[in-house]
Design a protein around this ligand. Structure first.
Ligand SMILES: [Fe+2]
Ligand SMILES: [Fe+2]
Length: 318
């Protein structure tokens, strides 16, 4: 293809996105668009399945049958989210094996928040409330992103995330209304998860390298700092409502801007965790690698079965 032809294809492509048309897997797309989407969708898929690990740790220790059922359903939803997203990513021409290989080798990232440990039952509340709450803020705009399979997956994912957020908040509310020990446990979980949740919305705008291009492709509608502000403005009144204290002494309402002002975040800690030095990075990746090797016989059996069925169909056709 000549340079001129590519330029004209690119112009048509940009015009389609500007008109809010969806780009489908078989449509022509610039290589950079394909690569960026593989990176972002796979990072999202990996976050879903790694995110199952800190919570999976609490299924057997949930305090009642009702809590156990709700937590189990929530974690299963996350597996489903991973499945839609890996499938959406595969339509861009990368195999599931390659995607897993990138996760296991550390080449692909996942949300850093899952590298923190879950120390008490209240962490299940804080994760649902704050981590899934921040995920919703990130993901709702993606329902209108330009790549069709990603946008459609997000519609269902967001509905389920809102259940996750409520089940988490409900756990926190119950603990906050409980005995002084239970309330202290909820407060301790909020203290530990607050700042990592704010950082989950990504580096500050001046340190974010992908924002401009992602805005153009509608992979982003708001900057990281705008999303973070939205999260703080939405979450602080919820903490007030259940009588818990946001662990930030500098937090204050600005009546003029109608936003909360909040303190500096520890970006050194954020980058340390991203680079693999968080408290649980190794445990998480080891758990994923173990799941992959334990599942080998299932994959082999499924492939053998599929081959057998295909041969049967060929024979019948003859
Ligand atoms: Fe999810
Ligand atoms: Fe979730």
């Amino acid at each position: 293809m000549s340079e001129l032809e590519i330029k004209s294809l690119e112009e048509q492509f940009d015009a389609r996105i500007a008109r809010d048309e969806k780009i489908e897997p078989k449509d022509w797309m610039p290589e950079k668009y394909r690569q960026t989407h593989i990176r972002q969708i796979s990072q999202h898929a990996h976050s879903e399945i790694v995110g199952m690990l800190p919570e999976g740790n609490w299924i057997t220790r949930a305090p009642s049958l009702r809590r156990k059922v709700a937590l189990l359903a929530k974690i299963q939803d996350e597996a489903g989210h991973g499945l839609y997203l890996y499938s959406a990513c595969e339509t861009l021409g990368i195999s599931r094996e390659e995607l897993y290989e990138q996760l296991h080798s550390g080449k692909a990232k996942y949300s850093s928040i899952f590298n923190y440990p879950t120390l008490t039952w209240a962490d299940m509340g804080a994760i649902g409330w704050l981590v899934d709450g921040a995920a919703i803020i990130n993901q709702v705009p993606l329902c209108a992103t330009s790549f069709g399979p990603y946008a459609r997956a997000m519609v269902r994912v967001c509905k389920e995330e809102s259940f996750h957020q409520r089940q988490g908040f409900q756990i926190m509310m119950t603990l906050a209304e409980g005995t002084p020990e239970q309330k202290a446990m909820a407060q301790d979980a909020l203290n530990r998860w607050w700042f990592p949740s704010l950082m989950m919305l990504g580096p500050t705008d001046d340190a974010s390298v992908h924002t401009e291009q992602s805005m153009k492709w509608k992979l982003k509608r708001k900057t990281n700092d705008e999303l973070r502000q939205q999260f703080v403005d939405q979450t602080v009144p919820q903490a007030d409502m259940i009588g818990l204290t946001i662990p930030d002494p500098t937090l204050k309402w600005n009546a003029e801007t109608k936003h909360y002002e909040f303190g500096e975040l520890d970006w050194d800690e954020f980058w340390q965790v991203v680079k693999g030095h968080g408290p649980c990075n190794k445990i998480r990746i080891d758990a994923r690698k173990k799941a992959w090797s334990n599942g080998e016989w299932v994959r082999d059996a499924a492939m053998a079965y599929a081959e057998k069925q295909a041969n049967k169909e060929v024979k019948q056709a003859i």
